[in-house]
Write a protein that binds this ligand. Structure first.
Ligand SMILES: *[C@@H]1O[C@H](CO)[C@@H](O)[C@H](O)[C@H]1NC(C)=O
Ligand SMILES: *[C@@H]1O[C@H](CO)[C@@H](O)[C@H](O)[C@H]1NC(C)=O
Ligand SMILES: *[C@@H]1O[C@H](CO)[C@@H](O)[C@H](O)[C@H]1NC(C)=O
Ligand SMILES: *[C@@H]1O[C@H](CO)[C@@H](O)[C@H](O)[C@H]1NC(C)=O
Length: 483
């Protein structure tokens, strides 16, 4: 198989927001660096958010990748402050469609294909009109994609709210989704964003294929369902291309030397890293329980602590000051002193990828964003899954029940405070028990399969080649050069 595609030009369409732009850029770099493809990333921008590329920290493959920011769209007259995120994104992209069309039409060299991100599904029509191949990129799992696609059927067949269903939601050939695990736009069917989400899923089948940031070994069954399950294929018949795991590069950060120094002094795989992501805030009561749980477990830890959410505090142990630059003063009294030989606190933010890849880290208590999940797997670290937001629940369930590299609390942490005894037990199970060691072994295998997959000749690499070959053949046919 030819693996260099020097003659191809691909346009990647990114919806607004760093969370969408970064996966698009990572994909662009991969196409350029591994396959010599020319890539133009078209970025939808809005009047309210500043031009995103100014904020970029991702070094681009300068010879082959360029980023074009579309003029900002103004959606202020189309949304109200309570319009939810998914609905807003859909409206932004819809408003930007004429801009996308004219930007592509004006290019000196017409792209051979567009790769649209999951909120840009309405661009399928533009691609068709301009004679380009069209693919969709979902920087997430096959399972999440199956749910998105199948939601149109659930919408027809299920009465009432999904979250009130007595039984898990069945998706042909895939693991069923527990009602409590449904993604954000499925939480309330009366919301506009539910309908937008259903329509996004319907439009997936307008594309020539879907690229997924997953890999064959991680999700073999679900990928197989897309390929072979007749019921699922009656809804969506296009090929899926598992091309992952693509992850953002580890940024070299000036890690405070006391953190690295401290980690260097700990035994291998003996420290649990506790962090709930950039948006992750716990209640004051939950922070107390977590602190006690960590202390009782007697395990070593590095904890990225953030002040509690406001409003739920009437506890003398706490002080709600959000400005601290020393010792957080909302932890149980004496906690820091008692754990000083065992634990390290980092206020607000830590260089996660670097910490996770340190040999002293043996476990990760995480909110299970897909970034964090991939970073954990590719650093050989099993997880205590602590989902905070709807879209993370599916990840948590997936990791615990499908892949077997995570433990989770009995009840969703968003529903009930997880008590210290349970936290203690989860941490001990992960760090001390055979169960945790088995997960560590499994995660190591996963990492190896992930790395092998990305190498030249590996399954994810081949999957990308297969996709690019199709684009190349199509281009050849269009030029009458049938190859
Ligand atoms: C994933 O990482 C990117 C790059 O740092 C960040 O912008 C994005 O918000 C992250 N996504 C989530 C869900 O944390
Ligand atoms: C497809 O999924 C349905 C529903 O889960 C299942 O009954 C059927 O056996 C599957 N078919 C194949 C070929 O896997
Ligand atoms: C700890 O991990 C490092 C890096 O993987 C390795 O070189 C070293 O041999 C390990 N030490 C022990 C005691 O296993
Ligand atoms: C995992 O969580 C991220 C948000 O952090 C979301 O974008 C992604 O779709 C989730 N994946 C699954 C399988 O739920």
């Amino acid at each position: 198989m030819d693996t260099s595609f020097k003659n191809l030009h691909v346009a990647i369409l990114s919806s607004p927001g760093m969370g969408h732009l970064i996966p698009a850029l990572v994909l662009a770099n991969r196409l350029a660096a591994q396959h010599s493809v020319n890539v133009t990333v078209l970025l939808v921008t809005t009047a309210v958010s500043p031009p995103e590329s100014k904020l970029l920290q991702i070094p681009l493959h300068r010879d082959l990748v360029r980023v074009v920011e579309l003029p900002p769209v103004d959606i202020s007259h189309l949304v109200v402050p309570t319009t939810q995120v998914v609905a807003q994104l859909c409206v932004m992209v819809r408003e930007a469609l004429p801009l996308i069309r004219s930007a592509i039409a004006a290019m000196d060299r017409r792209p051979d294909a567009v790769i649209a991100d999951l909120f840009c599904t309405e661009t399928a029509a533009i691609a068709a009109e301009l004679g380009m191949a069209k693919y969709l990129y979902v920087p997430s799992t096959a399972w999440f994609t199956a749910l998105t696609v199948y939601c149109q059927v659930l919408d027809r067949e299920i009465e009432g709210q999904y979250v009130d269903q007595p039984e898990p939601l069945k998706i042909p050939g895939c693991k069923p989704v527990r009602p409590e695990d449904v993604v954000e736009p499925m939480l309330d069917r009366n919301e506009l964003q539910h309908d937008e989400y259903v329509n996004l899923g319907k439009r997936y089948s307008l594309f020539d294929g879907i690229l997924l940031n997953t890999w064959e070994d991680l999700e073999h069954e679900t990928l197989q369902a897309f390929r072979e399950n007749e019921t699922l294929r009656s809804i969506i018949e296009i090929p899926v291309y598992p091309i992952g795991p693509l992850r953002r590069p580890v940024e070299p950060v000036d890690v405070k030397s006391d953190l690295l120094g401290w980690l260097d002094r700990q035994p291998n795989e003996s420290v649990i890293f506790v962090s709930f992501g950039s948006g992750g805030v716990l209640s004051a009561e939950q922070i107390t329980e977590l602190a006690w749980g960590l202390e009782l477990s007697q395990q070593r830890f590095v904890w990225v602590v953030r002040p509690p959410t406001k409003g739920s505090v009437d506890d003398a142990f706490f002080n709600l000051g959000t400005d601290f630059d020393g010792t957080p003063n909302y932890l149980p009294e004496g906690f820091i002193k008692r754990t000083q030989n065992k634990g390290l606190l980092i206020p607000m933010w830590g260089p996660q990828a670097q910490i996770l890849s340190h040999q002293a880290i043996g476990g990760f208590m995480s909110h299970c964003g897909w970034n964090s999940t991939l970073e954990s797997i590719t650093s050989d670290v099993p997880i205590i899954a602590w989902p905070l937001y709807a879209e993370q629940r599916l990840n948590a369930t997936f990791l615990a029940e499908e892949v077997g590299v995570a433990l989770r609390p009995r009840v969703l942490p968003t529903k009930e405070v997880v008590r210290r005894e349970e936290i203690e037990s989860l941490v001990r199970r992960l760090m001390e028990h055979k169960e945790g060691q088995e997960m560590r072994d499994k995660v190591k295998k996963m990492k190896i399969s992930a790395m092998e997959g990305l190498k030249n000749g590996g399954p994810s690499y081949k999957s990308m080649c297969e996709l690019l070959s199709k684009i190349a053949v199509r281009k050849g046919n269009m030029n009458g050069l049938v190859g």
